[in-house]
Design a protein around this ligand. Structure first.
Ligand code: SF4
Ligand code: SF4
Length: 431
């Protein structure tokens, strides 16, 4: 009987150091399989999987010197660009240091479309941020700060990287404001939204969490992070993860805020190395979009209504969108409002209507769906719900950015700038 093929993480690291290991992105391996190529255990050592999308369970812990010692006893309230943070947990009595916990979904008092996710992106981009501290003596102190002056700036994910997610429709008569769409989700099931990066998602590639464990080194928004366990609401059927990562090494183009009809949300990007330890891991890594269920749920209570697959979201639909400025200038008199500019969740398309700013675009598609003049190229498809075709009005995950993160991780692994870590414990995803 042939011996079962296996390799360990230390063996893979040795093969990487010797220049012998093969690293593929999840998208590469799926493309190869679709084109009929066989991928055997001998053909690949590591697959880089990734996901990018709305991850509400994100908060930052920031700690930094704010004033000279003894100017105040303790901070009572703290604001960053108008986003209120929770002071503490350490009180830092009389030393002028501030500790703060900032929620990614917290809305700024200055701008209803600006939230914690935007703040995290601004910090990582090196932009100055206005800090206001209301002291326990009732004084308000203000200064500006940049990330390089915040020695402890750590992003935490309490519920990240779900093994894909669900789609939403609204069977009710009225449009419904929701964090799952930049516009109120149309009533009478006139439009759907969906989350999840399908076949490239890290847990989809390792659904039993055999390789991803406590202490697994990953890239969170391009910065080094570590998996700390399962996330809140994680379950065997719908596992998700928690994570911690230093903000100083992150990339602003892989994170940020996302404007929704129910307040600001947070975009985060994970890239995870999946070591191909044996043929069972290789088998799950080969899962394709068309094999992954996309459950379409009722936005009122999230009861399931029908089931599609992630191929409906990602296969044969557009990744990128284009804007025909000339056409817009021809028809603009007919649309004094401009839904793409009003609804774009990231500000990549604005009222100036000059085009899509590629660095800010989350590839959500709502511009193409909502333009009155048909000035955008791109199609995000739809799903059948109870035998009715419901077009997608927005995607809440960004496979373009996720694939870029997976390529980045692959490059770093091959260049010796990222080593695979051995988990220190297994993760119980929940019951
Ligand atoms: S809705 Fe479309 S056509 Fe109208 S102004 Fe906006 S981009 Fe131009
Ligand atoms: S796809 Fe369109 S609406 Fe979505 S982020 Fe990009 S420019 Fe904005």
């Amino acid at each position: 009987m042939a011996a079962r093929k296996r390799r360990s993480i230390p063996e893979i690291n040795r093969r990487l150091a010797d220049g012998e290991a093969v690293v593929m992105t999840a998208a590469d391996i799926c493309d190869d399989l679709r084109s009929g190529r066989r991928v055997r255990f001998e053909d690949v050592d590591v697959v880089t999987a990734s996901t990018c999308g709305l991850m509400s369970g994100t908060y930052a812990v920031l700690s930094f010197p704010f004033s000279e010692p003894d100017r105040f006893v303790k901070a009572k309230r703290i604001f960053f660009n108008g986003v209120e943070a929770d002071p503490g947990p350490c009180p830092n009595e009389r030393i002028g240091v501030v500790d703060a916990i900032v929620h990614g979904t917290r809305r700024s008092s200055r701008d209803p479309d600006y939230g914690g996710g935007h703040l995290f992106q601004d910090l990582v981009a090196g932009k100055p941020v206005v800090v206001q501290v209301v002291t326990d003596g009732g004084n308000t102190l203000q200064s500006e700060i940049t990330l390089d002056r915040i020695p402890h700036a750590v992003l935490h994910g309490s519920r990240h990287a779900f093994r894909n997610y669900v789609g939403f429709v609204n069977p009710g008569p009225e449009p419904m404001p929701t964090i799952f769409c930049s516009q109120p989700l149309p009533g009478a099931m006139a439009g759907a939204t969906a989350c999840g990066c399908g076949e490239i998602n890290p847990i989809q590639k390792d659904p039993e969490l055999r390789t991803i464990g406590i202490g697994t080194r990953i890239l969170l928004n391009g910065g080094t992070g570590y998996v700390t366990g399962s996330g809140t609401r994680s379950s065997r059927n719908r596992p998700c993860l928690s994570v911690v990562a230093d903000m100083h090494g992150m990339r602003p183009d892989l994170m940020g805020g996302f404007r929704t009809s129910a307040g600001p949300e947070v975009i985060q990007t994970w890239a995870v190395p999946i070591p191909i330890l044996d043929s069972d891991v290789l088998k799950t890594v080969k899962t394709l979009d068309e094999e992954i269920p996309l459950v379409i749920t009722n936005i009122h209570g999230r009861s399931p209504l029908s089931e599609a697959t992630y191929a409906d979201l990602w296969f044969g639909t557009s990744r990128h969108f284009g804007f025909d400025r000339r056409r817009c200038e021809t028809v603009r008199g007919g649309c004094p409002d401009c839904p793409p500019a009003l609804l774009c969740p990231s500000g990549a398309f604005t009222e100036e209507r000059v085009g899509i700013e590629a660095r800010s675009c989350y590839h959500c598609g709502i511009c193409a769906v909502s333009c009155h003049g048909g000035c955008f190229t791109g199609d995000i498809g739809g799903v059948f719900v109870e035998e009715t075709f419901v077009p997608f009005v927005q995607r809440l995950s960004d496979r373009v950015s996720a694939e870029a993160a997976a390529r980045d991780l692959k490059t770093r692994i091959l260049a010796g700038r990222f080593r695979l870590s051995q988990p220190v414990g297994r993760i119980d995803p929940g019951s």
